[in-house]
Design a protein around this ligand. Structure first.
Ligand code: HEM
Length: 475
């Protein structure tokens, strides 16, 4: 007779076998015979997965592209058809193809982050479409002035409460952290018509870090953490789930308060989600609010922090931007549309795209590149970090050179995929662009930044400058 422990173990093993078999089944490509597949990077699942799901991933893929060429495969799935496409034309055509879908297996970590169950960010078909359609008005160009107003208010409050006191004390600031506080405040107001308390901001920022590391780095390397029955044995999973629940509680409160408002702002994401009758429950609504919150703050915060760090490192570029902004300071409209500012924003987005690993898609038809075929059904990752550093498109691609955009080629412009492309592109890009434009214009026209500590790079979900410190002085 089996001991209870043996019995438990055999259930686990059967579950693992079923899980692996489903991966093989789901990711099976329909490969025509005699097709030449892209080169396979040397190594095994066990040597490559720990790199792919680590902070080193963007740099590892850049190194692979410079060694193996613009498309290659990674041994991450049993059938070998996990392809990385770093040629911008190929990546764009994959992302824009209507048959390309988000691969469930790669995106399931987001479901866990948002509290289990599907969110519109990971779903396809009706579950995705009705949300995107019902919220589109919140991101329409006619909202731009409202967005600018809110960003100015949140920024001014932060300048008065934080930046000015630190400048007076000559104390350096960690802009990766500070910009998160600003962008959480902005998404709270723009998206949810809610002024987040300091406590709420602290919970969102600190909890997300723990949740991301668990669900996007640790869990993908451990099949037992993917199985509903076995995952609860792991304290990291239980902790991440508790922290996700705390954020969902905040969002539930915001949702309930919104419903009680007599005159709610109808331009907000929360209002549109509240009134969308296609939802089955408030749990679904809250998962989607979570997705908007996550999509909407650290991507933009780190883009701002990277750009300020590059300007602080490149004094000449900073001084040039300042002098051009001062020339444009006759009105806010002129200031925000300053050409030198646009070039700096674009270059920051190119060099340190925060969505560094880009978008992954399961392709619904065969694609070809040179003499290689990528068979229908393959999972293709398009890492923007690598695409934006293609030396064939950008001279000295690893350098911060905003003035390269003075004369931009069609190829350079088409390479810029930071907000992705196709039907699943970034819905919030207008919000992000307004934040970049207003915050960089206001800060760089009034202050000078010098590097105290460059810090180091980390990647999980987004590319971050960690521990970097800048000193601020008046222009
Ligand atoms: C510089 C800042 C930003 C960058 C670089 C960025 C980048 C991206 C990328 C690459 C995607 C595609 C993801 C994928 O294919 O897996 C995406 C999707 C998305 N982003 Fe952004 N984003 C930024 C800011 C924002 C903001 C401010 C919001 C909202 C307020 C937002 C909301 C979304 C949403 C809702 C989606 C999912 C759209 C869908 O699946 O239909 N993003 N973003």
């Amino acid at each position: 007779m089996m001991h209870l422990q043996d019995y438990d173990l055999s259930i686990v093993l059967v579950a693992v076998a079923i899980f692996l078999a489903s991966i093989i089944f789901l990711l099976r490509p329909k490969k025509a015979s005699n097709d030449k597949l892209p080169p396979l990077v040397e190594g095994s699942f066990f040597s490559i997965a720990p790199i792919f799901f680590s902070s080193r991933a963007p740099f590892f893929l850049l190194e692979c592209a410079r060694t193996y060429g613009k498309i290659f495969r990674l041994p991450l799935v049993p059938n070998g058809n996990f392809v990385v496409a770093t040629d911008h034309k190929l990546a764009r055509s994959i992302l824009e193809d209507t048959k390309s879908e988000k691969p469930a297996l790669l995106y399931q970590g987001f479901n866990a982050i948002f509290g289990g169950g599907e969110s519109f960010f990971t779903a396809s078909g009706h579950r995705w479409k009705h949300v995107r359609k019902s919220t589109n008005q919140a991101f329409a160009p006619k909202q731009k002035d409202r967005m600018i107003n809110i960003v100015q208010q949140v920024l001014n409050k932060w300048i008065n409460n934080t930046l000015e006191p630190k400048r007076n004390e000559n104390t350096p600031l960690d802009f990766a952290i500070e910009m998160q506080l600003v962008t959480i405040g902005v998404i709270g107001r723009i998206g949810f018509d809610h002024e987040l308390t300091q406590e709420e901001v602290g919970i969102i920022k600190d909890n997300l870090k723990v949740i991301y590391v668990e669900y996007m780095q640790r869990a993908p390397q451990n099949p037992l953490k993917q199985i509903p029955f076995t995952k609860w044995f792991f304290s990291g999973i239980r902790e991440a789930n508790r922290k996700s629940q705390q954020i969902r509680n905040i969002l539930r409160n915001i949702l309930e308060k919104h419903r009680l408002k007599t005159n709610p702002d109808q331009n907000t994401i929360i209002h549109m989600i509240c009134n969308n009758k296609d939802y089955n429950s408030d749990d679904e609504r809250i998962r989607d609010l979570f997705a908007y919150l996550v999509g909407g703050f650290d991507t933009t915060a780190y883009s701002l922090a990277w750009t300020l760090l590059e300007l602080a490192k490149n004094t000449k570029e900073q001084e040039y931007l300042q002098s051009e902004l001062l020339k444009c300071a006759t009105s806010k409209d002129e200031l925000y549309n300053c050409k030198a500012l646009k070039n700096v924003i674009r270059e920051g987005q190119r060099l340190h795209n925060t969505a560094a690993l880009g978008s992954a898609r399961q392709i619904g038809k065969d694609f070809s590149y040179g003499d290689c075929i990528i068979p229908k059904g393959s999972v293709v990752d398009c890492p923007f970090f690598v695409i934006h550093r293609d030396n064939d498109v950008f001279e000295q691609a690893d350098e911060f050179m905003p003035q390269r955009w003075q004369k931009s080629s069609e190829d350079m412009l088409r390479s810029m995929l930071g907000f992705s492309a196709g039907k699943r592109n970034c819905q919030g890009q207008l919000v992000a662009n307004v934040e970049l434009m207003v915050i960089l214009a206001e800060l760089c026209s009034k202050y000078k930044f010098t590097v105290v500590d460059e810090g180091h790079v980390e990647y999980y979900v987004t590319l971050k400058p960690v521990g970097s410190l800048l000193r601020v002085s008046s222009v």
